[in-house]
Design a protein around this ligand. Structure first.
Ligand code: NAD
Length: 253
């Protein structure tokens, strides 16, 4: 039976890829995002998709958005908490309180609020699934990204605790921890590193992959596949798990 799927920050990147995977599975999908243009493009590509433009940093906007999601979906079978910004790359003693708050607010507070609103609708499902998008920075330390790493470790406690609280309602809660994801962004970062070091893109790429077993970056489609698996019957006994998808990265460098 078609699942009702809610994905936060689903207008582009990993979130869009997850939305496409569920849509291609004939599921009903609702996405929200701050970028109205990306949402419109998604809607053009997938006319059946439900979209909503809002700033997830604003609790009042989340509440309005959620009321619309309830109207469209009725109940929720799968909640994908995909929202996450990285914030500045800066030493801890130079990180401003405002920047700290911006990251914590979007990555944790908005995720809390959406989840709290979704819990009664997930209970109606009878077999609800929550997937929290953490990061390799939620498993390892990440110098110069203190707020990001703290928020992603925070999602681990969020996942573990909710799994225990919601298990009796047959709601499963897991976290996915991607490593660096392939795409334009990684390529731009590597090219910039190569330019600064007066090195080649190939050498810088090899260096970036040296502390990981599989010698390629994570494809966002593989993350979407993991979401499909977790949301499917095949994943029905899996809850409270912390699932790295990073080619077995041993350390961040
Ligand atoms: N890309 C990676 O290498 C990587 C690695 C590990 C974990 N992650 C995590 O995966 C998730 C998705 O990452 P991504 O790289 O696809 O992100 P991204 O930077 O491509 O952004 C995804 C979406 O978030 C939206 N967004 C940003 N601020 C918003 C706001 N205030 N309100 C509503 N929407 C907003 C953007 O418009 C965009 O469509 C994040 O939680 C990220 O931390 C990403």
């Amino acid at each position: 039976m078609a699942k009702k799927v809610f994905i936060s920050a689903g207008g582009s990147g990993i979130g869009r890829c997850i939305a496409e995977a569920f849509l291609n599975n004939d599921d009903e999908v609702f996405i929200c995002d701050i970028n109205a243009q990306s949402l419109e493009q998604c809607q053009k590509d997938y006319p059946k998709l439900h979209i909503y433009a809002c700033d997830l940093a604003e609790p009042e906007q989340i509440k309005l958005m959620f009321a619309e999601a309830i109207k469209k979906l009725g109940h929720i079978d799968v909640l994908v908490n995909n929202t996450g910004i990285s914030g500045p790359t800066i030493a801890a003693d130079e990180l401003s309180f405002d920047d700290w708050n911006t990251v914590i607010n979007l990555n944790l507070n908005s995720t809390f609020l959406i989840t709290q609103l979704a819990i009664p609708l997930l209970k109606q499902s009878g077999a609800g699934v929550i997937i929290n998008m953490s990061s390799i920075a939620g498993r390892l330390g990440y110098p110069y990204r203190l707020a990001y790493s703290t928020s992603k470790w925070g999602l681990i406690g969020f996942t573990k605790t909710l799994s225990m609280e919601l298990g009796a309602d047959n709601i499963r809660v897991n976290a996915i921890l991607p490593g660096a994801v392939d795409g334009d962004r990684v390529q731009r970062v590597l090219q910039a590193r190569a330019d600064v070091a007066q090195s080649s893109l190939e050498k810088v790429t090899q260096n970036a992959l040296k502390n990981q077993s599989l010698k390629y970056f994570v494809n966002p489609k593989h993350i979407a596949d993991l979401c499909l698996f977790l949301a499917s019957d095949s994943g029905r006994s899996i809850s409270g798990q912390i699932l790295p998808i990073d080619g077995d990265k041993q350390c961040l460098s």
